[in-house]
Design a protein around this ligand. Structure first.
Ligand SMILES: CC(C)(COP(=O)(O)OP(=O)(O)OC[C@H]1O[C@@H](n2cnc3c(N)ncnc32)[C@H](O)[C@@H]1OP(=O)(O)O)[C@@H](O)C(=O)NCCC(=O)NCCS
Length: 167
């Protein structure tokens, strides 16, 4: 159980095939703009995300979910990499009514720990250039190795082995 600064509690754990219904419900309830930010454009249909979840092997693709007390999936954070290299692409979405309360930070911190245990030492991320929340969140969980912008797209490479510098 993870308790957020405002007192609300969530359970953060890896998702598997048995969480397909919870994932579909979360996508259906998600804020459309948040889905666009998460997928950087038109989001794929829920069935495609379920298929991806079924394929996640927990080593190259790992998906963490956060559940509230009623069992609702309120956050999904994941990394994936095509090979055994120590670099993986990270993505996250937190339900609108759970944002800005530290859940994104808690989830990416937990994901980074899982990643290190599996030999991943760097996260890469791409996002719309004006996505300030994800930029701040990434700064909070690792050391920024490189970051930049191109054609409205931001990208960041984070070392998970070094703590972020105090701001
Ligand atoms: C990005 C996202 C995951 C952040 O989740 P969250 O639970 O709100 O994050 P936290 O509460 O842990 O806050 C993390 C940082 O972001 C900042 N932040 C959160 N919401 C913010 C907002 N609306 N505006 C500005 N900063 C914001 C927080 O202040 C914090 O920064 P700080 O430590 O410097 O204060 C969430 O906004 C989201 O799901 N967005 C839609 C999907 C998306 O954009 N995904 C990223 C692309 S993969």
């Amino acid at each position: 159980m993870t308790r957020l600064p405002d007192g609300r509690a969530v359970t953060i754990r890896p998702l598997d095939a048995s969480d397909a219904d919870a994932l579909v419900a979360a996508v259906e309830k998600a804020d459309p703009m948040d889905l666009r930010r998460r997928f950087m454009g038109v989001p794929p249909p829920a069935w495609f995300l379920v298929k991806q979840l079924m394929r996640a092997d927990g080593v190259h693709d790992l998906v963490l979910g956060a559940f509230d007390g009623a069992g609702r999936l309120v956050g999904v954070a994941q990394f994936d990499r095509p090979d055994d290299e120590p670099t993986a692409e990270v993505a996250i979405e937190i339900a609108k009514d759970w944002q800005h309360d530290g859940l994104g930070t808690a989830m990416l911190t937990a994901l980074a720990e899982c990643a290190r245990e599996r030999g991943v030492h760097e996260f890469t991320a791409t996002y719309f250039a004006d996505n300030l929340p994800i930029r701040r969140l990434l700064h909070d969980i690792g050391h920024v190795v490189t970051s930049g912008y191109e054609s409205g797209e931001g990208h960041m490479r984070l070392s998970l082995d070094e703590m972020p510098e105090a701001s």
